[in-house]
Write a protein of this length. Sequence first.
Length: 231
Amino acid sequence: MVLTNRPFILSLLTYLATWVAIDIISAVFLYYLKYWLGIGEESSNTIFGVLFIVAALFLPLWVKISEKSGKVRAYILGHGFLAIILLTLVFLPPESSRLVYLIAALAGIGVSAAHVIPVSILPDAIEYDQLHSGCRQEGIYFGLVNFIRQLATSGALFFVGLILQWTGYVPNAPQTATALWGIRLLIGLLPGIILLLGIIALRRYPIDRKYHQELLAQLAAREAGARNKGS
């Protein structure tokens, strides 16, 4: 049943791309700060604080952008911006430890979009199924989403561990040039590519704002007809 719901499959791919990328960033960011930029734990906590404060502040903005321009355009804007910011981390020189605070703030704008938009797209696909099947089955859909997300995150973090091992990463020791390249690619290039794949999937998403309004109108008319028939 789920596999026949094309909008759900596309929204699920977008959701997974977003959160697998965020999970990889969360897993590798401390390594990047410590071994590439030489930033200690106390400053790392401050950088994380900057990122999450900015993300929280921008949540209402992404809600408004989604309402005005549509969820697909908002997703492309927010996550395309985040992918660009992540790619800059690959080329950030080691002596730019102060610049990372600005980059963290800019990344927080994109992370804010990740918390708002992907999860708001999934219900639209569930309503699409409701219109065509006559049943609202969000329990099945969200159960599947949570299971696949845990599976995808576990696989992604396992892959991160393999990359670190292959590049010669050694905990709490000076890293080789190969290991440093591995850390930089994991923090910037890999999440950026995953986010771009999410954008590509969502560009094929058939439910825009106009179609969603029509979908809701048809559901409301069906419910009204059922109530009138029952009375």
